[in-house]
Design a binder for this molecule. Structure first.
Ligand code: PA5
Length: 452
């Protein structure tokens, strides 16, 4: 099956042979079957597997209608959420929105800003100051409905909204995405009458971008969510159990990284893009892979870079530092824009050798040159080839990475769908803030901090 997103393993074969990769087919097929059959660990959280093909036109239309309501009354829509309730929307928005649109007030689009993904007082103070003279609305997203960071942000922004518009109008400017019955956010929705969407029980936070968690903010931002879902559905088909290993991008990717990890001891994966628009796709991917695989003392550490920018900061380490990593390069075939470098009569900058070339050609040569240099330096290179950056290909990329992490997690024998370690810092934070029920732990921690 040919898709607009493909995996090329040509540049890892000098590290792991084609035969070694092919030998992993039975393991990858078994893990893919486990994902589909739901007979592995964490199988309560497999709702994402058939999500793209099950999203109907009606659901998309409903989300778009709600988004239009917010768009019509807001210069700014603040999306509140953290982790899986933030990164997917942020990533797709960055990938598909013109880079400078946020600075262009003639665009007629509401500006979509984020909150609740940090607890910085400066960030919040500056956000409150920014929206002071602008009409605004809120989308608050939390699967558990109890996460501290978005809950604090929602309290502060809701207060501002109610002060500005009164409680009744404020309620019409708030949309929530949360659990169907549990959590403080659900209680608030029911009590205040906020319009709300449900995050399905069987879809974990980091797999939720194709639910209203991602789709509602994206629709507000003017992203073609129907095409995004269509792309994901095409990849759902392309990575299904009946698609053989050689043609299945999720299994190919999972096999390559498994081989590099288990056979060569490569413990760090650097996701690289030569398009800055994909920077947040890498942030989303880091959560997906870090939370899914990093447990029980196992898992490849996900890291990322944007080239050529970071070649001028991280390039030295990648080329000659500890040989612990491999790269996965998202290689984009066609740019959307067109910029040609012209000839200059004086040629004082000495760049006439580039005259007549498009900037993308220079970027492409940088990409190829970098990959060859890194391979020569002992950094194997998996390539994810994308025809172009579009709603459809981003949808494909999302689903391919999701499917591959399910397979990868099962291959290294962890539960890819839980995140028990995320709770640890929360306990300490609550104890230090004197949250009722944490008093004893709080005393112990305060003594530790004071060095007693
Ligand atoms: O993937 C996950 O489950 C987490 O990263 C959550 O998305 C994150 O902690 C936010 O949780 P919630 O949506 O419950 O507020």
């Amino acid at each position: 099956m040919i898709t607009k997103v493909r995996i090329s393993l040509d540049r890892i074969t000098q590290f792991v042979s084609k035969k070694d990769i092919a030998a992993l087919a039975p393991l990858m097929e078994r893990c893919n079957r486990t994902v589909h059959k739901g007979d592995g660990r964490g199988s309560d959280f497999l709702g994402w597997v058939t999500l793209p093909s099950s999203i109907g036109k009606k659901q998309i239309a409903d989300i778009m209608e709600c988004a239009d309501t917010l768009r019509a009354c807001s210069e700014v829509v603040v999306v509140i959420g953290i982790g899986g309730s933030y990164l997917g929307a942020k990533a797709v928005m960055e990938a598909l929105t013109p880079t400078f649109a946020a600075f262009d007030s003639s665009e007629g689009q509401p500006l979509v800003l984020f909150a609740g993904h940090n607890i910085s007082e400066d960030y919040m103070a500056e956000l409150l100051a920014f929206i002071k003279e602008r009409s605004f609305s809120l989308i608050v997203i939390s699967k558990s409905g109890t996460t501290t960071e978005p809950a604090i942000a929602f309290r502060l922004l809701r207060e501002e909204l109610e002060k500005r518009y009164g409680r009744k109008e404020a309620a019409s400017r708030i949309m929530a995405v949360t659990d169907s019955s549990r959590g403080a956010l659900r209680t608030l929705c029911d009590k205040e009458g906020y319009k709300s969407y449900v995050i399905p029980d069987n879809v974990g936070g980091r797999f939720s971008v194709l639910t209203p968690v991602g789709l509602l903010p994206l629709a507000v931002a003017g992203i073609d969510i129907a095409r995004l879902v269509k792309g994901a559905a095409a990849m759902e088909k392309a990575t299904a159990v009946d698609v053989p290993f050689e043609d299945n991008p999720a299994m190919q990717y999972a096999a390559a990284r498994y081989a590099l990890y288990t056979k060569l001891g490569k413990k760090v994966e650097l996701l690289v893009a030569f398009e800055p628009k994909l920077q947040y796709m890498a942030e989303w991917w880091k959560q997906l892979y870090g939370e899914s695989e990093g447990k029980e003392g196992k898992g490849i550490m996900p890291h990322s870079a944007v080239f050529t920018t970071d070649l001028h900061s991280m390039g030295q380490y990648i080329q000659q530092g500890e040989r612990i990593m491999f790269e996965t390069v998202i290689s984009v075939g066609k740019p959307a824009g067109r910029v040609v470098i012209k000839s200059d009569r004086a040629n004082l900058d000495g760049l006439n050798f580039l005259a007549g070339k498009r900037l993308s050609e220079v970027n492409r040569m940088a990409e190829l040159g970098t990959m060859l240099a890194h391979v020569d330096g002992g950094v194997p290179n998996i390539t994810v080839e994308m025809d172009s950056i579009s709603a459809e290909t981003i949808g494909m990329l999302i689903y391919m990475f999701e499917k591959a992490v399910g397979i990868s997690g099962y291959a290294i024998e962890v539960n890819p769908f839980d995140q028990p370690g995320v709770e640890e810092y929360k306990k300490n934070m609550f104890a230090l803030l004197n949250k009722p029920g944490y008093e004893e732990e709080g005393e112990k921690l305060k003594k530790r901090i004071a060095g007693r």
